[in-house]
Design a protein around this ligand. Sequence first.
Ligand code: PYR
Length: 320
Amino acid sequence: SDSGAAVVDESVETIDGRHIEVAANVGQPAELEPAAQRGADGVGLYRTEFLFLDRETPPSEDEQYEAIREALDTFPDGRVVVRTLDIGGDKRIPYLDLPEEENPFLGERGIRRSLDPDSDLFATQLRALLRAAADGAGDLAIMFPLVDTVEELDAALEALDTAAADVECHDADAVDIEVGVMIETPSAAFMADELAARVDFLSIGTNDLTQYVMAADRENERVGDLHDPTHPGVLRSIHQTVTAAHAEDAWVGMCGEMAGDPDLTELLVGLGLDELSMSAVTVPEVKTAVSETEYSTASERGDRARLAATRSKVHTTLDT
Ligand code: PYR
C-alpha cells in the first residue's frame, strides 16, 4: 500500500525546531534498500530473527556479521538499531528445541531466553554485532528485548563487555556503540529511570507494552477494544518512560505499530518521543506529519490526552 505522501530525504523537525528521527522497522535484508528509498533516517528496529529462521542450525558469527554490515553500509550516515534475538512467545525456532510453555507470552521470551547460561547464541550474536560496528559505515546501536529488571539488563551488559573483550583480542578496533533497552512490560516502564541510567536509549515497543499494560491478547478480537495504545493507561506508561529517560539524558524511541500512524504523530511528539520507527511505507507520511506539528501545542495536547480519564476523551483531545 503506497501512500500518496512525497518522499522526504532530509531529516525532519517540527515547525518550532524540535528534531524527530524517523526510522524504519526492518525484518529482512531485502527491506533495507526500500527503507532507504522511502527516506528513513536509519533503522529503528532491525529484527534479527530472520537470521535464525528457515534453516537447520544457528547462523555462524560470520554470517551474522555480514548481515549486520549490510545494514550499516545501507545507512552510511544513519543509525541502525539492532534488536538481539527475540524468540519465545509466538516466535519459535524448531532446531533450538525450546520447551513447550503453558503460557508462552508470559514465559521465557526475549532477553530471558538470551540469558540462558546453557546457550552461547547470545555471546555469538554480540561478537558479530561488535565486529560489524567496527567495520560498517553507519552507526550501530544494540537493544535488548523484553527486559523487565535491572538484574537482566546488568547481565546483558556484562555479556556485552565480555563479547567486546573477546572481539578486541581479534581485531583491536575499539567499538563505540549505543546500547538501549526495549520498554515492553509494565515493570520496565516503572523501572525506566534505573534502566535509562545504565544505557543510552530506551525504545518503546507499543505492541507488547499495550498487550501487557492492558492484559489483553493482541490476537483476541474479544478484547480488541482493550488492545489499543490510545488508552490513557498506555499513554501514561509512555509518558512515564519518556520523562524518566530524559532525566537520565537518554533518548527515547518508539518502534511499535503506534509509531507508524500519522494520525498519532502529533500526540507522540507531544509526549516527548525523540525517534519514531515504523514500517517503511509510512515513513514519508510520518515525516510530513512531524514537519506540520508544533511541539509546544503538541506537548500541551499530549498532557491533556494522557490525563484524560477514558479512551474516548483521549480521542476528543486529539480531534480538537
Ligand atoms: C513491539 O511493539 O512489541 C515490538 O516488538 C516492536
